[in-house]
Design a protein around this ligand. Sequence first.
Ligand SMILES: *[C@@H]1O[C@H](CO)[C@@H](O)[C@H](O)[C@H]1NC(C)=O
Ligand SMILES: *[C@@H]1O[C@H](CO)[C@@H](O)[C@H](O)[C@H]1NC(C)=O
Length: 634
Amino acid sequence: MNFLTAVSTFALACSSVLAHPSGDIPTLEERQNGIVVTSGAGGSTVYPRLEVRQMKDTRPNQYALLVLAMQRWQSQSQSSQTSYFGISSIHGVPRQNYNGVGQCQSCGGTDGYCCHDSVHFPAWHRVYVALFEQEFLKLVKTIANEYPDSQKSTMVAAANQMRWPYWDWAAKPPAGRPHLPKIVTDYEVTVNGPKGTTTFRNPLFRYDFTDSSGMYYSPFTTWKRTYRYPSTNGVNADSQTQSATNAFNNVRQSLTDQIYQLFTNCHDYLHFSNDDAGSSSAGCSLSLESIHNTIHSTAGGTGQGSVSAGHMFYLPTAAFDPLFWLHHCNVDRLFAMWQTLNPDKYGAQQVAPHSTWTIAQGSTQGPSSPLTPFYKNTNGQFWTTNDVRDWANTFKYTYPEYSNSDGSKASITNYINGLYGPNGNKVAGSSKREAALLDNLNLDVLKDVPDALADALPSNPLAAANGTLFQYFANVQSPRYALGGSYQIFVFNGLPTSEDPMTWIFDKNLIGPIGVVAQEGMEDSKLITSNQIVLTRALQGLVDGGALSAMTEAIVAPFLTKNLQWRILGPKGNSIDPGTVEGFVVSIFASTASQPSSASVLPEFSEFIPLLDVTKGQSGGANQTLTQYISDLL
Ligand SMILES: *[C@@H]1O[C@H](CO)[C@@H](O)[C@H](O)[C@H]1NC(C)=O
Ligand SMILES: *[C@@H]1O[C@H](CO)[C@@H](O)[C@H](O)[C@H]1NC(C)=O
């Protein structure tokens, strides 16, 4: 039975399941009908999802189970709804029902159930990763039981405490290591398996399709495996792994600063959750989703002229790359941390700007709307945003920041300052139990600001007379679907070294990239996405290096007017003049941030003041206020 036949069988069976009055236990008939219920990791104990490098370094048995289970899972039949292929296909292509959950009447032409530009973005992906983890762990446990008796109890214990890992793409990598972990780029892995030492193709590096004809888009329908920075569109393409590695090394700092900006400036759910400009403000002109998009574009690669970018770059194909799952696990972790910082804020309503497989454009989505196709039970009920607020008790996982501390707002803030703050000194996966200690290190937060607290604050070139630190931002509004596919925006200090668009992600003058992840066929959607590149650190570096005398507006504004550059790399690998893209606008904002007295509080920002003159009159620059641009467009 191929996948198509399989899902139509499920669709036929679905109505009887929905009507079934039974309780929690599926009948044999229901199980045969293949309705997949999402219940998460299961068991009674909550275990942490580990950073993937931390897992490999400190839990070799779990790492062995990770790659062995992924290898076996990826080799399961594509027609199974719970195979790696089956779970990955929920997100986008193939254009098929999952769990028998049919397309809405006006939802033609959409690719899958994934919720983007949507208030469902954080919670929908939370349930999605929980389903992935649930099916993954079944194989982990099976494999643990295959070890010889001398090792079995150790491996079973490792399996029982295991959860799906995350890749912290916002934190500094451990010293001397690339930002994109070798764990996902090595071609082969060698681990201790049930039959002894075994070497095989790394299942975190790529997924091999048995049949890619359902991928809908060219060249994805002919490619036999997932790619990052593919070398050609041909069937014998290779991933250019070194390019992916170099690109991530070059953009990591911008990601760190963006995540810190998200935690410090986005305090309501709508602003935080997604990148629809209708939900943005000057200080929070980014979102969990907009930052997450840049991981997709940086991992997939820019394409090269006529060569397509890889699977991660496009929403319909992204979930087939194993990196997607490590990435989205981190997205969920950041969501959890944000929840702790903003305990009273959860859920919001939003009108869907475009359709998904089941959500009609224009319909209102809220915290109790169904997150299709994820069944909560066999009675036909779907999970909702409200249902998954308490991730740990609902799905039996948490993150090291919680298992290593009391999980309070102060403790989580400590981790955020240490991992992502302006002078944070922690590396990814190092969230040990030291939250209490960090409180005593509060002066360390200021270590690049000599004598900032001691005296003479007004003479600190980075600080205002009242002691707050100057901050600058490039807010970028862009029409998400206008270019007929995913594209990238790059913000530079000075001209890029080369005008060849393929080099921009690697350019030494790059301050930060923005990935705008889209798909063909949605050009009608007028959706404007909000993004923000934090300029503060680059400018502080110039002050440190003597190129700028201070961070005051009188000095920075003219400097940026002269030096700030931005470029758009279009879906076909070509440079696009920003002035020709209706709705695209770069505007610069200034603010100042308080210097917190302790590492368990976050800085507070003063009002965000537009510096319209900086980009005025330039192609894609701001000639009027952003509110005016957006109301003109919509
Ligand atoms: C500190 O000074 C800056 C620059 O003058 C100002 O924008 C900000 O609002 C002030 N912050 C506080 C907390 O007074
Ligand atoms: C602002 O005006 C300049 C010069 O006329 C133009 O190139 C630019 O695209 C305009 N900006 C926007 C966002 O329309």
